[in-house]
Write a protein that binds this ligand. Sequence first.
Ligand SMILES: *[C@@H]1O[C@H](CO)[C@@H](O)[C@H](O)[C@H]1NC(C)=O
Ligand SMILES: *[C@@H]1O[C@H](CO)[C@@H](O)[C@H](O)[C@H]1NC(C)=O
Length: 385
Amino acid sequence: MGKILSLLLCFLISNLAVSSAQTCGNYAFSSNEIYSTCVSLPVLDSHLHWTYHPSNGSVDLAFRHTGSATSQWVAWALNVGGRGMVGAQALVAVTSSNGSVQAYTSAVTSYGTGLQPSDLSFSVPRIRAERVQGVVVIYATVVLPPGGTSFNQVWQVGPVTNGAPAIHALDPANRNSVGVVDFSTGETTASGAVGGARLRRRNRHGVLNAVSWGVLMPMGAMAARYLKVFTVANPAWFYIHVATQTSAYIVGVAGWATGLKLGSDSTGITYDTHRNIGIILFSLATLQVFALLLRPKPDNKYRFYWNIYHHSLGYSIIILSIINVYEGLDILDPEKKWKNAYTGILISLGVITVILEALTWFIVLKRKKDDKRTHAGTNGANGHA
Ligand SMILES: *[C@@H]1O[C@H](CO)[C@@H](O)[C@H](O)[C@H]1NC(C)=O
Ligand SMILES: *[C@@H]1O[C@H](CO)[C@@H](O)[C@H](O)[C@H]1NC(C)=O
């Protein structure tokens, strides 16, 4: 089990390393423009490339959004006096239904904005946009306002209806598309709904719960089902099963508690489905742990019903856990790389399950046959005697 777990962790880590290495700097622009810095923004499939000129405080930049559609607008903005949408000094690209792209600037003054063209509080000597193979790029030069090189940034994607930009969706990704960018150091931080410390707590919550509920618990169930069949592993399978599930439960409760804290701290966005499944899971798992203490002896006539109860509750917990890990990963990781890694782990566990299931049936059937043969042999001998 330990070996399998470490293999799975290696798989997860290599998966993450590959997906983060591919993202940013080696993108080839159709215009052959080269930028000295590139950051992948945490949500909405967006990247910011730029070159900062300290001599005149100007930045040549390219804001790139992949997976773009026609009848869609994209915007990237600095918010000089505040944070978030109101006050954003935006570079906008509007893709019409025929695929042509218009770029302009728009200073956002209210939540009811239609992103009408207007001048910004700083100078934008150059702006244009293009859309190539589903990738929209806004190219611009901005002259940074005085007061440093670090600014609040915000970016967004929304639909175009009747030729005009319309309100964007309010999904977690659309609400978390804010942060800080420092054009001189190249550092970016997410500072909006998902601030630095909060992001770390969310990641901790995600890792604790995905590992405990999403990986350890299914492995504990596999230990019970597939080790039992080997006579040498009796009664070891029982202790392995109890140890795995108990540690999964303890880590899972810790992860669950971090989730409650995150939930009570979050303002505005609530993740009701994820939260409710989490509460149900905690109750069912607690019941399952205490039911272990109440289990009848193997020869008790109620043991049969206890087994049915224990198995059905156990499988329900595993299914709900997997559903809730996916719910959580959708909230945590709009870029989907964690989700892909977790899917990879589940597929590996699934393949192992299929192999072990086949092996178990093979062993059980073979044992039955052998038993029959020995019985027949003994009876025959007796008969002769
Ligand atoms: C700023 O300076 C760089 C060279 O340092 C130059 O290439 C660029 O055109 C200048 N930009 C503006 C807006 O003056
Ligand atoms: C595409 O639509 C835009 C606005 O709807 C219009 O200005 C432009 O001329 C159209 N381009 C083509 C090639 O039809």
